[in-house]
Design a protein. Sequence first.
Length: 286
Amino acid sequence: MTHADPCNSSHGHHEQHADGQAEILDLDAEVLAEHTATIAGWLPVQEPPGQIVDLGCGTGAGTFTLLDRFPEARITAVDVSAPHLQRLLEKACARGVEGRVRTVQADLDGTDWPDLGTPDLVWASASMHHVARPDRVLRRVHDLLAPGGLFAVVELSGFPRFLPEDVPEDRPGLEDRCHEASDRLHAERVPHRGADWGPKLAEAGFAVEGERTVAVNVTGSGSKAVGAYALAGLRRLRHSVAGALSAEDLAALDRLLDVAGPHSILRRDDLAVRTERTAWAARRTS
């Protein structure tokens, strides 16, 4: 059987670039790279892992951080999105590390998981809150890990904020109101977002060895990536909360998102990326 060379394949390329979520994931990886590396460096590994699984890998923010942190490791990157996995492979090829990466398309809520080997480390960043039955997934990860292996769960405390509280001048507090509307929607659709994973990990049989919260405050002065991240993020936020905003708030938000207009968010020099990341490190002890 002949296998296609991932570095010479264009499959999924156009679908990937049409995917707004992938754009946000790529910008998130770029802007928050230092914070992701800080968490990876904090992990209490007993010895460098040889096999790693990145659950809900997206376009590879955690995958490439872990490849840098553990240069001898091989990683199985798992995601439900074929375009995201294709983008991850393109990045791996560009970095010359495609030989260390295997991609697997799978739904974590599926009845049967594909063979993911027996990893020494499983990483799940901003993915666990998306699963419908996290308790079942946690038990599956416990059984998947090699004895003594480590499970790292990383979560954002909500989508980042980008604007000062008094912006825009005619509708101060606009971003807070957008987030309040978004939080109400997420409480119904993604009830596990913001969960305390420590007790859940313990119930699944893990020994929780550490928890760490990292504050994120990346100033955007002169940063095209922060501006692009803010634009993409607020566009996505608008899409989800438009029906819950007042006409005045929606008009003010649209002025910020009009890249050709005088109030464009890309013209501002007071943007920042503000949020928190919390990580839990849990070990399989038996």
